[in-house]
Design a protein around this ligand. Structure first.
Ligand SMILES: [Zn+2]
Length: 298
């Protein structure tokens, strides 16, 4: 009943009421009385210690492509060596106030669900129940031959057994693993990887790959359709912490705008969805989501 009441409200704000440099209060005014789906990106996890390699002040970085991973054994060795180090950091990360604010809004029936471009599972850890991990999840590994899925934690044990001194040597001289550059996909910079022994699939000997959608790979169609359905299920779309550089996220903003839903964007820096936003809040994601949840609770 609550949901029906929320969705009966139609959007009537005239075009000249669009807010380009909004605040959390402006966002709350637009979202008040509506349900909304949330689309999140790396910017929501930076306060949890996972760097956003697309943010304006991040160094340029060439993301790995799926084709490189499949074609080149030396590349895969290098990849898994760095990933083994990065995982030590990622598995310890915890959700921040932004993740918690969205989970609280879901509890109150206001947030319909979260579509995230992140693979860090921090929304799930924060207590969000309806989460679509658009680009996969860093806690699972899939065999490219037999398609069996194992946990990343289990693979960590196998990699440590195959490379007993590797982590000690890499971490020698740094205080904690967070001193090493850690990228969003648990890819840390490690120079000496030539002797690293990656683990083959224990069932068929095939090549293992994190269950993450890499550049050059498509998001599974069924997952995309569930995400569109989640957008359609709400009265508005909130975008947080993504510059919408890749079409896999931008298409949901276009879809919502085309359907006449208000779109609120919270991000430090320009996004490709800005021309479609009803309100754009250019500010800290954690602070803004916390303030927004507080304002909607009033
Ligand atoms: Zn296999």
């Amino acid at each position: 009943m609550l949901r029906a009441a929320y969705q009966q409200r139609t959007w009537t704000l005239p075009a000249d009421a669009v807010v380009r440099h909004g605040t959390a209060e402006d966002a709350a005014r637009v979202l008040h009385g509506l349900t909304f789906t949330v689309l999140t990106g790396a910017g929501i996890s930076t306060d949890s210690g996972i760097p956003d390699y697309r943010s304006p002040d991040s160094p340029p970085r060439n993301p790995m492509t799926f084709q490189q991973f499949v074609a080149d054994e030396a590349f895969r060795r290098h990849y898994w060596a760095r990933n083994h180090v990065g995982w030590q950091h990622v598995r310890r990360t915890r959700p921040n106030g932004g993740h918690l604010a969205l989970a609280a809004l879901e509890d109150r029936g206001i947030v319909r669900g979260v579509i995230t471009q992140n693979v860090d599972l921090l929304h799930e850890q924060a207590g969000s129940r309806k989460v679509i991990d658009l680009h996969g999840r860093s806690d699972r590994v899939v065999c490219l031959t037999c398609r069996r899925v194992i946990s990343r934690a289990h693979l960590a044990e196998r990699l440590s057994a195959l490379n007993p001194h590797f982590l000690d040597e890499v971490l020698d001289g740094v205080r904690t693993v967070t001193d090493i550059e850690v990228a969003p996909d648990a890819d840390a910079v490690v120079e000496q990887t030539a002797h690293f022994r990656p683990a083959p699939c224990e069932f068929c000997g095939g090549v293992l790959k994190p269950e993450i959608v890499y550049f050059g790979e498509a998001v599974p169609r069924e997952r995309v359709e569930r995400a569109f359905a989640m957008v359609d299920d709400a009265g508005a779309l909130l975008v947080a912490g993504t510059s919408l550089t890749v079409m896999s996220g931008l298409r949901f903003v276009r879809h919502a705008a085309k359907a006449g839903m208000p779109v609120v964007i919270v991000n430090r820096g320009e996004t490709r969805g800005d021309p479609l936003a009803t309100v754009k809040v250019e500010a800290d994601v954690t602070e803004t989501l916390t303030a927004l949840a507080g304002a909607l609770a009033r």
